[in-house]
Structure formats: structure tokens, C-alpha cells
Design a binder for this molecule. Structure first.
Ligand SMILES: C[S@@+](CC[C@H](N)C(=O)[O-])C[C@H]1O[C@@H](n2cnc3c(N)ncnc32)[C@H](O)[C@@H]1O
Length: 424
């Protein structure tokens, strides 16, 4: 399949409710291996930068994108992304896009796509975005391509310059980072190049080669440094039995088992996601066993350590989930906070006195992070915050001892964690 046609198919499936990763893994196998990267870049770029691309289209078309035929609008986004972000030469961006659109749309509607994209190619000197000095919210929503409710809540909490850097970071495609499970330097196989990630010992950016090839030769997992930071923060002296209750796909469970040397029981509500843990645990020879379970009803009462890496809005990993920012809303956030509360309460009951509960998210939102933990500590006076594990990076530890990885400072994903000790 032509890579632009594949990108269009992915956008169509996401519009109809499929998650971007699922749509991509269904459609990409039909694309030549050499073109898959381009198809994915265009599709995910169009999803992340939807509002930015629509501003360009609005500046060049006779009607706003919201009033266009959806299939036409997706072709325009695909063309606009190549023209403004990939810097594809004009004749290729317009010609290839319109060529691929013609068989799907017919001559007349493809002619419209052609006219708008040609106008955009001529008018790239126009600035179609709100002035950041006059309308910073509008600028971050439009140029920054983030929903307004999220921009407003971030601006109420952090400096404008930081929110701008956060938005920029969330708009970049993520690197693939390999995390060594032991301290040795990696010896990558032929065709694989790794670069150390500054500030994150044992994390290496994959510069060349496939993750599968790298992993087949290394004692490592693919894991963003922010997720590795949660494992380090949890610590390496973990009392048994160790339970990871929202474990799938499982890189933190593998990191915990490798770091502590003790067996980890990995639980998750999703059988399909949990199944992805078996092969890497076997390859690495790590004592990680799996079972399907609902973390709101745990089948144990005497755990020494529980990691609850709970389902969350994922506002720290928006660059990874290309369509997620447009699905989120206050209602979804509230529902997740309620689910997290149920999970953390059930986990608290599963830890024995003296044991440790590590609560973590990949969210930046206060209600899911320190707000959730503070409310938990009010309900459970038998728990206290515990100091960070020895491996925690000190500039990511808050004055109260929680882990908070802020993407605009680290260039990584975002993450939060708290260590909670049961004292009675
Ligand atoms: C943030 S992900 C976990 C990532 C994982 N810890 C890792 O490092 O690879 C959250 C997980 O929670 C699982 N989940 C959602 N609701 C759950 C529940 N009630 N009980 C157990 N797991 C649940 C999801 O299936 C998902 O795999």
C-alpha cells in the first residue's frame, strides 16, 4: 500500500474510535517495509499536530476544516504535514498526496485537495497562529496543538515558558531508549548504534537498527528514562512477596526483578497485554510470573511490596499516544481518579505492616498524583511517605520525597511516584 494512503487509512480508523497504535499495527503490514516509517510519521504527526495543521488549512481554504468532508480534510492534513513539518519538496508533497487521494476521492474532490495544497505551498510565509504575546492560550492550543482545557490547567500551575516547552516536547516523536538491566556498558550487535542518554546512566538512545535486534543481544528492555526512574525510585531492597498489580506490558516488573534479585508476581486485568511479558521474562531469565487479576480485588493480604502503576490520563506520555490528547477530558480524568482510588485502597489492604506500597502514574495531573496520595494518607493513617530508593535522581524528587519527572526539564516522558510505608 502507498504510504500516504496507509496514513489516510490510519487517520480514518482513529476517527472511527480505534486507538492510534492499534490502527497502525493493523494497517502498516500492508506497506513496504521501506515506507512504513514514512507512513507512521505522517499519520502520527497529523494526529499530534492536528490543530496546527488545521490552522494552515484554514488560512488557505474557502471554508474552515470543521466544515469539510472528513476524508478530504484528512488528505489536506497529510499534505499540510509534509509541506510544513517534513519539508518534503512541494511537487512531491502535493503531487504524491493528490495522486493517492484521487483513487479514493475521485477527480473533483481530489481537485479541491490539489487547489488548497498548492495555495499552502505558495503561502508558507503567512503566520496562521494567534500571537503568543497577545493570546498565549490560543497560541498553545493552535500552534502547540493541545486541547484548551489541558493548556489552561497547565498554565494555572506552571510558567508559560515551561508549558511551551512541555507542549513542544509532547509534539516530537519519541526516541526509542534501551535501558540496561545491569551496570555493564552495552555491546550492541552489528547494525545497531546506541548513544548514552545524558543524565540517565544505563539508558541508551537507539540511533540505528531495530529494537528487536538490539534486545536480542543485550540484557535490556525498551523503556523511557522516566519509567526507569520509577523503578529506581522504588528501590532495590524489596521485601517479598513483590506484587506488580497493573503490570502489563511489564518493563517495570522486569526492572524490579533484575534490580532486587527477588521474584515478582505481575498481575494485570488484561490477559492480552499481560501475554507480552512472557517472552522477555524468558529471554532475560528473570523470575517474573504472571496472573490475570483485578487490582481492586487482590487475592493476597500479606505482600511485602506492591507496585501500583495505575491506569491514568497519561498526560506525561502524550507524544507516545498520538491521538490521546484529543480523547481526554475532565470527565475521563475524574473517572480515572475514582478508579485509582479504588486500586490504591485495595493495594493498601494487601500490604502487610512494615511493607511498602509504591504508587505511580505517567500523568502530570495533580489529582492523579500527589492529590491522590495525600487523600490516601488522610484515609489511611497507618501509612507514611517513605524516603526515595537509593537510585532516584535527586532533581526529580520533590521536597516531600515523591518522584516527579517533568518532560520539559528532562526531555523524557513524564512520571510520578510515591513510596508509602505501612507502619502498623
Ligand atoms: C500504566 S499501564 C501499566 C504499565 C506497566 N506497569 C509497565 O511498566 O509496563 C496500566 C495497566 O493497568 C491495567 N489495568 C487497568 N485497570 C486495572 C485493574 N482494575 N486491575 C489491574 N490492572 C488494571 C491496564 O491493563 C494496563 O496494563
Amino acid at each position: 500500500m502507498n504510504p500516504r494512503a496507509a496514513a489516510h487509512r490510519i487517520l480514518g480508523e482513529v476517527r472511527r474510535g480505534t486507538l492510534s497504535d492499534h490502527a497502525a499495527s493493523r494497517i502498516l503490514p500492508a506497506v513496504d517495509a521501506a515506507d512504513r516509517g514514512l507512513a507512521l510519521d505522517i499519520a502520527f504527526g497529523c494526529l499530534r499536530l492536528r490543530a496546527r495543521l488545521d490552522a494552515w488549512i484554514r488560512a488557505c481554504a474557502d471554508r474552515p476544516p470543521s466544515r469539510m468532508d472528513r476524508a478530504v480534510r484528512d488528505w489536506l492534513r497529510i499534505g499540510a504535514y509534509q509541506l510544513t513539518e517534513l519539508r518534503t519538496p512541494d511537487h512531491a508533497a502535493v503531487g504524491e498526496t493528490v495522486g493517492a487521494a484521487r483513487s479514493a476521492l475521485g477527480r473533483r474532490r481530489a481537485g479541491y485537495v490539489n487547489a488548497v495544497l498548492r495555495a499552502l505551498a505558495r503561502r508558507r510565509d503567512v503566520d496562521p497562529f494567534p500571537d503568543p504575546d497577545v493570546d498565549p492560550v490560543g497560541h498553545l492550543c493552535c500552534w502547540g496543538s493541545h486541547p484548551e482545557w489541558l493548556v489552561r490547567r497547565w498554565l494555572a500551575r506552571w510558567e508559560l515558558a515551561d508549558v511551551r516547552r512541555l507542549v513542544e516536547q509532547q509534539n516530537r516523536p519519541p526516541d526509542v531508549v534501551v535501558r540496561m538491566l545491569s551496570g555493564e556498558d552495552p555491546a550492541p550487535p552489528d547494525g545497531v548504534e546506541l548513544e548514552p542518554v545524558p543524565g540517565w546512566p544505563r539508558s541508551y538512545r537507539l540511533e540505528t537498527g531495530l529494537p528487536e535486534t538490539a534486545l536480542s543481544h543485550l540484557r535490556a528492555v525498551v523503556q523511557d528514562p522516566a519509567a526507569s526512574a520509577v523503578v529506581d525510585y522504588a528501590g532495590d531492597r524489596l521485601a517479598e512477596p513483590v506484587l506488580d498489580v497493573c503490570a502489563a506490558p511489564g518493563t517495570k516488573a522486569l526492572g524490579l526483578a533484575a534490580g532486587s534479585g527477588v521474584p515478582v508476581v505481575a498481575l494485570d486485568i488484561s490477559h492480552r497485554r499481560l501475554a507480552r511479558l512472557g517472552a522477555p521474562a524468558g529471554r532475560l531469565g528473570l523470575p517474573v510470573s504472571t496472573a490475570v487479576a483485578d487490582a481492586r480485588r487482590l487475592p493476597v493480604a500479606e505482600a511485602g511490596t506492591v507496585l501500583a502503576d495505575v491506569p491514568c490520563t497519561g498526560t506525561g506520555v502524550l507524544r507516545r499516544r498520538a491521538d490521546a490528547r484529543w480523547r481526554l477530558g475532565q470527565r475521563g480524568l475524574d473517572d480515572l481518579v475514582a478508579l485509582q482510588r479504588e486500586i490504591v485502597d485495595a493495594c493498601a489492604a494487601a500490604v502487610r505492616p512494615g511493607g511498602l506500597l509504591v504508587y505511580s502514574t505517567c500523568s502530570l495531573e495533580r489529582e492523579e498524583n500527589e492529590g491522590q496520595v495525600d487523600a490516601f494518607l488522610d484515609r489511611r493513617p497507618d501509612y507514611r511517605r517513605d524516603p526515595p530508593g537509593a537510585g532516584a535522581r535527586s532533581d526529580c524528587v520533590t521536597p516531600r520525597g515523591d518522584l516527579f519527572v517533568r518532560p520539559w526539564l528532562t526531555g523524557t516522558d513524564g512520571a510520578y511516584a510515591a513510596r508509602l510505608r505501612r507502619i502498623a
